[in-house]
Design a protein around this ligand. Structure first.
Ligand SMILES: Cc1cc2nc3c(=O)[nH]c(=O)nc-3n(C[C@H](O)[C@H](O)[C@H](O)COP(=O)(O)OP(=O)(O)OC[C@H]3O[C@@H](n4cnc5c(N)ncnc54)[C@H](O)[C@@H]3O)c2cc1C
Length: 452
């Protein structure tokens, strides 16, 4: 492609900014996966209307330019990273909340709306938006849908999939489709909406979404901190909690590998080296009663517990969990492996991957700081054990919310990509993990990306 002259066609499109500045290209080479592309994309484009997105896709198809879609860039799987020969399509200016319907309990939003902004707007109407990834302050609704993001509340309210009613999607050739329904009973037709949820930018560009809102609970939430001295006791307690007939809204286990760095990051006193923290929260009409039951279960498994009604202590506990990623980031590149298993088998998941301290360096105050890095050998062995263990249905491993490797991916997924004409360019060697591209390279076939 003669890039400058072709790009200049795009630069004349209404409601579209084409940015080729060093700063924009530099930022688009990385997301929160810890990887950085070794080359810059051609441009970052910022459409502010659906028509402008369509124009970009028609242009990209005509010029055979792969497109990497980008929301807030908070993804952990490298899917929003742009590289040589690609354009990065940022949804950040498609950020209007188009409707909040109290009677239908739904919102219609453009894909670049920040999750927390939608939640704040919904709360003004006594409603809230269920998906709550820890990145909600800067991840977008489109990105949450594209990664099928979960959050602390997914134990009770499920992942983003549960909140999506309908989508507007721009396909690789610029056509627009509207899968889904606005009604509660939306059962006619094939459920194409589900195909796009979790598709991580592979099948098309989500430009608008109709999402369910939930009524704000009128009860007070209660939160439990249970501290165990080993993880097996904690996972046994989790199993007894979920078998108890009560549904926790949050059930989060922070192991000792993460707990130490989190305490350090938040400036808290160091925990016992083997301490494992289980955080449970209930928002049911008898939240205090639920938490008392969960505390009794945990104490039976040897935990020390404390319970809190709404207030700063409860918020501080959730903050501990939300600080996991930035806390680990302080120690080097964070390698996230998201293992999903049925609840009853969670205790058998191999632990790891082990991290080890490789180098010591001084921080800005001259204090020595250890830099932790995953050992590739140890990580490989953990990964192999995990894969062998997960060799059954319904269990997945990915770089956190990745469309990447799972037990079902293969020819059928590739057939869908082909059917939607969204084949990706072949992964090129010597590159950081490629951004997930929608677009066609006629001379190359697509290859499934394996996140592990
Ligand atoms: C501190 C931190 C905490 C996190 N906590 C969680 C968590 O609790 N749960 C969780 O699941 N994830 C979590 N994540 C991961 C990440 O925030 C989520 O995956 C989030 O949903 C990504 O949204 P985004 O707008 O930043 O998307 P991006 O990072 O910009 O993109 C992610 C992927 O989606 C594609 N994409 C983005 N927008 C669109 C669109 N409109 N149409 C089509 N494809 C699109 C991109 O191409 C890319 O493949 C966390 C990340 C960080 C850094």
């Amino acid at each position: 492609m003669d890039s400058p002259s072709s790009l200049s066609q795009l630069a004349r499109v209404e409601h579209l900014e084409v940015d080729t500045s060093d700063r924009a290209l530099h930022e688009a080479r990385a997301d929160k996966s810890g990887h950085r592309s070794d080359s810059a994309p051609l441009a970052v484009v910022y459409p502010s209307t659906i028509e402008a997105v369509q124009t970009v896709m028609r242009w990209a198809t005509e010029h055979r330019v792969p497109v990497v879609t980008r929301g807030g860039g908070s993804g952990l799987a490298g899917g929003a990273i742009g590289s040589d020969g690609e354009i990065v399509l940022s949804l950040e200016r498609l950020n209007r909340i188009l409707e909040i319907s109290i009677s239908d309990r739904l919102a219609r939003v453009e894909a670049g709306v920040i999750n927390a902004d939608l939640n704040a707007a919904a709360q003004e109407h006594g409603l809230w938006f269920g998906p709550d990834p820890a990145s909600r302050a800067w991840s977008t609704v489109g990105g949450n849908i594209a990664t099928n993001a979960g959050g602390l509340l997914c134990a009770k309210y499920g992942v983003t999939r549960e909140a999506v009613l309908a989508l507007t999607v721009v396909l690789a050739d610029g056509r627009v489709i509207h899968p889904g329904h606005r009604s509660v009973k939306g059962v006619t037709g094939l459920d194409l909406t589900q195909l796009f949820i979790g598709s991580e930018g592979l099948l098309g560009i989500i430009v608008e979404a109709t999402v369910k809102l939930l009524p704000t609970p009128h009860t007070e939430t209660w939160t439990l901190a249970a501290r165990f001295s080993d993880i097996a006791a904690a996972t046994d307690a989790c199993e007894d909690i979920t078998s108890s007939g009560h549904t926790p809204a949050i059930l989060e286990l922070v192991d000792n590998v993460a707990l130490g760095p989190i305490h350090e990051y938040l400036g808290l006193e160091a925990p016992e080296p083997t301490e494992v923290l289980l955080i449970a929260q209930s928002d049911s009409p008898d939240a205090a009663g639920d938490i008392a039951t969960f505390a009794a279960v945990c104490e039976r498994h040897g935990a020390r517990t404390d319970s809190h009604g709404p207030g700063p202590e409860a918020e501080a506990l959730l903050q501990l969990r939300r600080s996991m990623h930035p806390a680990m980031e302080q120690h080097g590149t964070v390698l996230i492996e998201d293992v999903a298993v049925p609840l009853a088998t969670r205790g058998d998941v191999p632990r790891g991957p082990p991290y080890r301290s490789r180098t010591k360096r001084a921080d800005s105050h001259g204090r020595p700081r250890s830099r932790w890095q995953p050992s590739s050998e140890l990580h490989r062995s953990w990964r192999d054990r995990t894969r062998a263990h997960l060799g059954g249905r319904g269990r997945t491993v990915s770089c956190s919310a990745g469309a990447g490797w799972h037990t079902h991916r293969g020819a059928r997924c590739r057939a869908v990509e082909k059917a939607l004409d969204s084949r990706r360019a072949r992964r090129r060697p010597n590159r950081a993990p490629p951004g997930n591209q929608v677009g066609v390279r006629p001379d190359e076939h697509s290859q499934p990306r394996q996140n592990v």
